[in-house]
Design a protein around this ligand. Sequence first.
Ligand code: CP
Ligand code: NVA
Length: 309
Amino acid sequence: DAKQVPKDFLHINDFDKETIMKILNRAIEVKAMIKSGDRSFQPFKGKSMAMIFAKPSMRTRVSFETGFFLLGGHAVYLGPDDIQMGKREETRDVARVLSGYNDVIMARVFGHQDILDLAKYASVPVINGLTDYNHPCQIMADALTMIEHIGRIENTKVVYVGDGNNIVHSWLLLAAVLPFHFVCACPKGFEPDAKTVEIARSAGISKIEITNDPREAVKGADVVYTDVWASMGQKEEAEYRKQKFQGFMVDETLMEIAGPQAYLMHCLPAERGVEVTDGAIEAPNSIVFPQAENRMHAQNAIMLHVLGA
Ligand code: CP
Ligand code: NVA
């Protein structure tokens, strides 16, 4: 079936390779302009964005708000207590009311159905700022960071070590669009969603491996990637997970096994001494801070895309 052109940015594989590359190239272009101090590009002048946060955030909130402002727009932050989506007010009502005030909605929610409902009932574009299921803006920023540091995404080996969570799902959905080798090394019982693994595999574009052996997995990796073992909404499982994830910490030894070509990436926030060591994060091959900075540039290009600017 021919895919409909989506008004929203909810999953990376809602787009074809050409569109994803177009957004990434736009990010590079607009980043150069912003870094040069040039503020003449104001495509969002007179536009406003509602930002719904059902969960905490530093990067997503600040990068969206700042990026939208730098391109001429105004962003409204709505924290967990403001809307209380699904509690004080139904999602479909939130979507329609905000569509009357704002040109675009960005939302970070718990259940993935909430972002689907927002997108369905909003007449303006909805951008997914993380759900329990995925985090597409993060992986677009990660792809941008790989282009800058490695020169490409295609034919690289990306090895994710840790929990098969929302970050992994977005990597898998990117692998359904662009060709690279993606490996997820996770403890038994913490594998990514089987349906999503199947989407990535059946696309027939990338090599996809799910394994329980991080030491074998990281060999020859261009990127070793990790994330917290207990995501937002799972924090009460943190101690239990620490037991289950023994042997999955990304430390200097694992990076050495990966090889000198390997970069360390982490979406942050990191728990040093849990899923990653302080030494690994502070090492010269760690690109976690350029990666974090790229959230803003990738998202600026995503906003330009959905707003047709
Ligand atoms: N990586 C990321 O999304 O960070 P925040 O939770 O701080 O937004
Ligand atoms: N997996 C983490 C990502 C945070 C940016 C979480 O969902 O909490």
